[in-house]
Write a protein that binds this ligand. Structure first.
Ligand SMILES: [Zn+2]
Length: 235
């Protein structure tokens, strides 16, 4: 069975507001350069590729080598686990995607939405009723919303799941959507925003595939198609 990675294609910039949810993540297929017009949107250092009315969200050549982040001190005794898992996940993605994540630990004590010294923050969600284990954002999101939230209860109950979770959430940060929205997935797991293009064939083993939607990734690691998609998105 084959799999896919999707790059995010958005119908409009407005649509990006709805992408703050962890439920959404995305991907693309080899884009033909002559079909794309690059245009600066939102921030001067971010470029979104657009085809017709659709927008493809990836970090541009300036930003992708400067993906700075902090990890909030509010994780307290759980922080060490998150630092380790994030280091693992960033190293894994950087093996295949030509990007550079940079941990700025001197910003950890001030790792909140007002901090403009980092591109994004990794923060804790203490509400036990929160439905998601992790939540991320896509390239192009405004500064205040560029954060990865991790549920405190989940870290406490499943500390060994953090590597898998960080791989998944950082996949969103790079622009990858959930694999299970691929049209070749027989399971019904629709997400509200349909626009995307596959980077690879459908991949049940993708780290971006929910298990409850037919996913088969039991290793918690990047699949072969995840690696291939990462190389295509960020050559
Ligand atoms: Zn997700």
């Amino acid at each position: 069975m084959k799999l896919i990675l999707f790059l995010i294609l958005f119908a409009t910039l407005l649509a990006s507001q709805a992408f703050a949810s962890e439920i959404d993540c995305g991907t693309i297929e080899p884009i033909e350069a002559n079909r794309i017009n690059y245009r600066s949107l939102i921030e001067p250092n971010l470029i979104l590729a657009m085809t017709d009315e659709r927008v493809l969200k990836v970090w541009n050549d300036n930003q992708r080598f400067d993906l700075t982040y902090c990890i909030s001190d509010e994780f307290k005794d759980l922080k060490e686990r998150i630092v380790e898992a994030t280091d693992f996940a960033t190293q894994e993605w950087m093996r295949y995607a030509n990007v550079r994540f940079i941990y700025k630990n001197d910003e950890d004590g001030n790792c909140n939405h007002k901090n403009t010294n980092v591109l994004f923050r990794i923060q804790i969600k203490k509400n036990r009723r929160t439905k998601y284990r992790g939540r991320a954002f896509f390239p192009g999101e405004v500064q205040e919303k560029r954060r990865v939230y991790l549920k405190k209860k989940h870290i406490e109950d499943h500390p060994r799941d953090m590597e898998r979770l960080m791989l998944h959430e950082l996949g969103h940060v790079l622009g990858f959507r959930h694999e299970h929205i691929h049209e070749d997935n027989p399971e019904v797991c629709d997400e509200k925003i349909p626009d995307f293009e596959p980077l690879t064939d459908y991949d049940q083993f993708s780290i971006m595939h929910y298990m409850q939607c037919g996913g088969k990734n039991r290793t918690g690691r990047l699949s072969n198609f995840d690696k291939e998609g990462a190389e295509k998105a960020y050559p």
